[in-house]
Write a new protein. Structure first.
Length: 336
């Protein structure tokens, strides 16, 4: 039997440094540190039912959502890892109202900005369904000292790296630095993420649509018509499509990235900006999905072109296989 060479996340990151000839290794070191924090959080997620980590803390975050114990734990772990690594000048997190400038000796020359959703899909924690972490990395725009709000409010097109961790049937870390997408599976026996999904490519077309259909009545006309289109019988185009919705963006998008499909969280009259947050949910996924050959849109324009004005701003999102996103944009245009 031929022996298969195991490539760990750390080895891979170091190997890829040569894609960036002027790199001083800070981004590599930052990515490796995110990998370490993800392993720590994974450890707690795996024993949450035993360690008294299920359930709510009794506090709300700025978006009025109940914070779960694991939300708080994951947030603390990532913030302390990012603050201590010396490469990050400011952090924006879903769980903190304001951005967090990193003030310590080792971070005084830090170049990078991290926007993070430490534990996405919180509603799934207590029912043992997949949850995740989503992150986005930018170069700072301010000149020196601790980072500021302006460092966090950059367009998605300025991202230098983005990734997610899925705590699913296995734990995976998937990331891009703008040169394709690679996925690593955590091998619990050696405690390391190992390359399992090199150069991930999203199918251009698919037969899965993912949306919270309970909100159907509130959706814009174009989205309603697209849902009906998905349900029609037309074997030539593989319809009816399958409807798959976990309610964890990371899990829904990970499946669609592998299989082909589209994920939608549109606006409604009551929520004109949808639900999902631009900086630490939509932009990182837009970067990853585009890098894998897919598309990310508000329904009308490219997610990564939005100029952010607020840390926790939301945007409608239609993201996935390019041909499916194009089709929905067409339905939306025609309905106007
Ligand atoms: P969270 O960051 O509070 O967990 O909320 C984000 C999650 C996404 O993962 C998921 O796609 C969406 O909320 C599900 O929302 P809904 O229950 O309205 O369908
Ligand atoms: Mg979230």
């Amino acid at each position: 039997m031929a022996l298969q060479k195991l490539i760990t996340l750390d080895q891979f990151i170091i190997e890829k440094e040569k894609d960036f000839p002027y790199s001083k290794g800070e981004l590599s070191s930052l990515l490796r540190n995110i990998g370490v924090a993800a392993r720590v959080v994974n450890w707690e997620v795996r024993k949450a039912g035993l360690a008294g980590l299920l359930g709510a803390v009794g506090t709300e975050n700025i978006q009025g959502e109940q914070q779960q114990k694991l939300d708080v734990y994951a947030n603390e772990q990532f913030i302390s890892a990012l603050s201590a690594c010396g490469d990050v000048c400011v952090i924006a997190s879903e769980e903190n109202d304001e951005c967090i400038p990193v003030i310590n000796e080792q971070s005084k020359n830090a170049k990078y900005v991290v926007c993070i959703d430490p534990l996405d899909g919180s509603g799934n924690i207590d029912v043992n369904a997949s949850i995740g972490t989503i992150f986005s990395i930018y170069r700072r725009v301010s000149l020196s000292g601790p980072g500021r709000l302006e460092d966090c409010l950059q367009k998605g097109t300025e991202q230098v790296a983005a990734g997610y961790v899925i705590y699913g049937s296995s734990t995976m870390l998937v990331y891009t630095t703008g040169k394709g997408v690679n996925g690593f599976t955590l091998d619990p026996a050696i405690g390391a993420f190992c390359l399992s999904h090199p150069d991930m490519k999203m199918p251009q077309d698919g037969a899965i649509y993912s949306i919270n259909e309970g909100n159907y009545i509130k959706f814009p006309e174009g989205v309603k018509k697209y849902i009906k289109y998905c349900q029609e019988n037309d074997p030539a185009t593989n319809r009816p499509f399958s409807s798959r919705y976990i309610g964890s963006m990371v899990a829904d998008l990970h499946r669609n990235l592998l299989r082909g499909g589209v994920f939608m969280y549109p606006e409604t009259a009551k929520t004109p900006n949808g639900k999902l947050r631009l900086l630490y949910e939509c932009n990182p996924f837009a970067f990853i999905i585009e890098q894998a050959g897919g598309k990310a849109s508000t329904g009308k324009s490219r997610i990564m072109e939005i100029v952010p004005t607020d840390l926790h701003q939301r945007t409608p999102i239609i993201i996935g296989s390019t041909m499916m996103v194009d089709k929905i944009e067409e339905f939306i245009r025609e309905a106007e």
